[in-house]
Design a binder for this molecule. Structure first.
Ligand code: TTP
Ligand code: MG
Length: 350
């Protein structure tokens, strides 16, 4: 049986602002200061008022008028993230970063009890950054992630095989990794809200409504998840996005922004010694609905012009029915480029 740990920093950006500005215990909201922005995250004190990530600022202000609003200081958050990841890497090399503040660790080969490992991580992170995190321990990735979310902030939770499946039953199906927003809405319409409700559906039925992926979901909620912890997974992505000064459907404006982002992504990929297969355009329309359109190539990309060209193709194929308020570019399916991969040249020579 594997030993997997999932760690996730608590209210990451907001906790850093609280720490750096002596705002501990205060309702702090990060982001959304300029124009009509949205909240990046907020401290647990602000969450009590119902504020959450991605909430439009004007609503957050109404819900928590006394909150202290802080601008996003990305370079500072990256600096803290680096410190956290340095500590995690000192524990094991089998580590998969999921985002700026989140990672899986596979500690199956360690003699140490995973609880002690988690305690060490928490102590070191607190000592070096002054911040807390929550950790989940289990025998696969899905359950470790469910566990880290169990008693945030500053929590530790273990999910053992004998806890299954009952421990999952009361949870919302939103917690099932791999079920997107649209699938959740569809199930809710059918009266399926909890994992217990989902448990009642047959494998065949899930495959029928979700496609091939339905079998993974069927297995996952039964505690079966064979995904390995790896430095390179399709879940890794890098992206940039911006809220526009004015809502528009003008594709030339989008392309100008995307050109700049293509260069930035090329620089990140080079720095990370990696390359990517999938290009995604994300946009939010004036009614706050989010949309994504992706293209996966049969070869790896790193060059800015290639990324830009594919992004433009995607934009050209979108019919923007409503004005756009936010536009973003992401690359994913990232692999280590030091390992030789098939490139466009290999394809052309065959
Ligand atoms: P999360 O780990 O999802 O959130 P969090 O760390 O603020 O809070 P917690 O884990 O305790 O629930 O995201 C990490 C950071 O990513 C978050 O601090 C800010 C940023 N972020 C955004 O900018 N926009 C978003 O919509 C989300 C979800 C996160
Ligand atoms: Mg977090």
């Amino acid at each position: 049986m594997k030993k997997i740990i999932h760690v996730d920093m608590d209210a990451f950006y907001a906790a850093i602002e609280q720490h750096d500005n002596d705002l501990r215990g205060k309702a702090v909201i990060v982001g959304g200061i300029k124009g009509r922005g949205v909240v990046s995250t907020c401290s647990y004190e602000a969450r009590k008022y119902g504020v959450h990530s991605a909430m439009p600022t004007f609503i957050a202000r109404k819900k928590c008028p006394d909150a202290i609003f802080m601008p996003v200081r990305m370079s500072r958050y990256k600096e803290v993230s680096k410190k956290v990841f340095r500590i995690l890497r000192s524990i094991t090399t089998s580590i998969e970063p999921l985002s700026i503040d989140e990672a899986y660790l596979d500690v199956s080969n360690s003699e140490d009890d995973p609880i002690n490992i988690v305690k060490t991580i928490k102590r070191e992170v607190l000592r070096e950054t002054g911040l807390t995190l929550s950790a989940g321990i289990s025998y696969n990735k899905f359950l470790a992630k469910v566990a880290s979310d169990w008693n945030k902030p500053n929590g530790i939770k273990i999910i053992k095989e004998e806890d299954m499946p009952n421990i999952l039953f009361p949870l919302s199906i939103k917690k099932v990794y791999g079920l997107g927003k649209k699938s959740v809405e569809m199930f809710n319409k059918f009266g399926v809200f909890t994992i217990e409700d989902l448990y009642g559906l047959s494998k065949e039925y899930l495959i029928e409504v979700l496609g091939k992926h339905g079998e993974d979901i069927y297995n996952r909620i039964r505690g079966k998840d064979t995904r390995i912890v790896s430095r390179t997974t399709s879940s890794k992505s890098i992206g940039r996005e911006t809220t526009l000064i004015e809502d528009t459907t003008n594709k030339d404006i989008f392309k100008k922004i995307i050109k700049d982002y293509s260069l930035q992504l090329e620089q990140s990929l080079i720095k990370d010694k990696s390359h990517a297969k999938t290009v995604t355009i994300k946009y939010k329309t004036s009614d706050f609905n989010s949309h994504t359109k992706s293209k996966t190539m049969p070869y790896y990309l790193q060059n800015k012009d290639e990324i830009y060209q594919i992004a433009c193709d995607i934009i050209d194929n979108i019919y923007f029915m409503k004005p756009v308020r936010l536009i973003g570019l992401t690359v994913s399916h990232i692999e280590d480029s030091s390992v030789r991969q098939i490139t466009i040249f290999d394809l052309m020579n065959n």
